[in-house]
Design a protein around this ligand. Structure first.
Ligand code: NAI
Length: 546
């Protein structure tokens, strides 16, 4: 091997093993001198990296450290994450990934994934043609416009596809060479980013309208051409684009929007787990959703579908869900409603006799006071929106109020879980989008209700099944599978984070079965779906280099 080839081996994160190259490998591959003499193992490397990681001054620096490790040695990065999922998930993913996106330009080091910028729109096919991407099976794409609850981060939004795909590997065992993060850089309307001379993205106002749609169309067409059968997951697009693009592409390729559909499945699965504890079935709940954007309206739609599957007709199911957005309770006749919001509107007649405390729209307090909800879900990115007054009002009428402030990162949560527990004398059953420190006295323990419980299993199941499309039925199957593994044996509503691989496996089987039942998948493999799902999962261990 030439010196250049030896260096290339060490600088490719998919082949580099660092000090774990064996003496025989060092002889055969010409690695002597390029590595320190110590011959380590994956275990000793994990131990060393963990010490270095914990020595970093704060979560953001730990995030940056992990990103560098991922770019240096993928097996080591994924083994470290897998062995320490509970500690590392909040770094690789929400909440810290939020700061990672905001400060993306600051920590930009080495290329990972693809930046497809609008000025390069005529080059998309050429860029995708690189043989390095021949094995790609899963793409996560964002345009950076609605990063968590932090708004437009432009090119910095790349942190989300990178983080989500790290979780595909950690939780669903998709090999790192089979995943591809993509950022569609169509500019940014975040002036702080755009005017920053150190910003690494395209310093231009967001391209919108027909130009935007044409660019996305070129991108999707090039993806479908390059990788027939690839799974394309949309992340953190702004509400209107999220729904529009999903509607446009869901019948053309294997694709889903995680904010709409993945969030819906985790929320419904966890609501089912919560009501299993209260003993009152889903079809008897009164559910208020605060924030009816991509996530909120997706949750509402799947909740209604679940209630219909449990026996309610469409109007009875709809009548159990109230959605509140910027203008207050969604009511027919309001301006600028999306199709999804219109489907959730109440009639003016229904609310005519409601008690009101203020003169404008019907706000969250008035909605809670009149509806007396049993379940309150937040997807608004409005911190503090679940105020003490509102929560006490809800808890005055319900024995075990189910309250899920789902907005991310932690700084955008509608309430702090410790407050929810305190204001309800520990009667609330609480779930949050991002992880929080345990709250003493919370029973069940405060649960992280995040789509990480769902999307890896959905993607894995769809791929193993050779599915051609991802249907709403597959997300319903995912929600029910999540509720089934939730059981009542865990401290929280859902299994612990350390069980995410097992959860993904169970969801993958349910999704594959559903795909097959809907005629969207290949025949059941000889050994059954469960064995096929297990066999498809990669585990981060070194393989011999010679
Ligand atoms: P979005 O921008 O589509 O929706 C936000 C909605 O909140 C909009 O309809 C907006 O009008 C509404 N809103 C804003 N201010 C409001 C106010 N003062 N009162 C009432 N409504 C208000 O964003 P998306 O994708 O729905 O995400 C919302 C939040 O949910 C984000 O913080 C996101 O991180 C979080 N989320 C959490 C997930 C989880 O797994 N836990 C998954 C997806 C999203």
């Amino acid at each position: 091997m030439t010196h250049a080839a030896a260096r290339a081996l060490l600088s490719d994160p998919l082949t580099n093993k660092g000090t774990a190259f064996t003496p025989d490998e060092r002889d055969a591959l010409g690695l002597h001198g390029l590595l320190p003499p110590h011959v380590g193992t994956l275990e000793s490397q994990i131990a060393r990296r963990l010490v270095a990681l914990r020595g970093q001054p704060d979560a953001f620096h730990r995030y940056a450290f992990l990103r560098e490790l991922q770019d240096a040695n993928e097996v080591l990065f994924h083994a470290l994450v897998a062995r320490n999922l509970e500690e590392l998930l909040p770094l690789v993913y929400t909440p810290t990934v939020g700061e990672g996106c905001e400060r993306f330009s600051e920590i930009w080091r080495r290329p990972r994934g693809l930046f497809l910028s609008y000025p390069n729109r005529h080059r998309i096919a050429d860029i995708l043609a690189d043989p390095a991407y021949d094995r790609v099976k899963v793409i996560v794409v964002s345009d950076g416009e609605r990063i968590l609850g932090l708004g437009d981060q432009g090119a910095g939004g790349m942190g989300i596809p990178i983080g989500k795909l790290a979780l595909y590997t950690a939780c669903a065992g998709i090999h790192p060479s089979e995943v591809l993060p993509i950022l569609l850089d169509v500019g940014t309307d975040n002036a702080t980013r755009r005017d920053d001379p150190l910003y690494v993205g395209w310093q231009h106002a967001r391209v919108r309208g027909e130009e935007y749609d044409g660019f996305v169309e070129d991108f999707v067409a090039a993806v479908a051409d390059r990788w027939p059968g690839v799974l394309l997951q949309w992340e953190d697009f702004a509400g209107a684009n999220a729904h529009r693009l999903l509607a446009r592409y869901r019948d053309r390729l294997l694709t889903f929007n995680d904010d709409i559909q993945g969030t819906a499945a985790v929320a419904v699965g966890t609501v089912l787990a919560a009501v299993a504890r209260t003993g009152q079935p889903l079809i008897e709940q009164r559910i208020v959703l605060f924030g009816a954007g991509a996530a909120g309206s997706g949750i509402a739609a799947l909740l209604i579908a679940a209630m219909m599957a449990d026996g309610l007709d469409a109007s009875a199911a709809r009548a159990r869900v109230w959605a509140v957005d910027r203008e207050g309770l969604l009511i027919e006749g309001q301006n600028a409603l999306s199709d999804q919001q219109r489907a959730l509107c109440r009639t003016p007649h229904e609310v005519a006799g409601w008690s009101r405390t203020d003169g404008g729209g019907i706000g969250l307090f008035d909605t809670v006071a009149n509806v007396r909800p049993t379940v309150l879900i937040g997807a608004s990115a409005q911190p503090g929106a679940f105020s003490e007054k509102i929560v006490r009002e809800m808890a005055a009428h319900v024995d075990r109020p189910v309250i899920f402030p789902l907005s991310n990162p932690s700084s955008r949560a509608e309430a702090h879980p410790a407050d929810l527990v305190a204001w309800t004398e520990a009667r609330a059953i609480v779930g949050t989008g991002s992880p929080f420190a345990p709250v003493i006295g919370a029973t069940p323990a405060v649960t992280q209700v995040n789509n990480v419980y769902v999307f890896p299993g959905v993607g894995l199941g769809a791929l193993v099944a050779g599915a051609t499309r991802i249907s709403d039925g597959m997300f319903m199957a995912a929600a029910r599978a999540l509720a089934a593994v939730a059981g009542t044996a865990h401290a929280g509503l859902l299994p612990p984070i350390t069980d995410l691989r097992a959860v993904a496996g169970r969801i993958a089987v349910a999704v594959a079965e559903q795909a097959q039942a809907e005629g969207l998948a290949a025949a059941v493999p000889a050994g059954g779906w469960s064995a096929a799902v297990d066999a498809a999962m990669w585990h981060p261990v070194y393989t011999p280099a010679i």
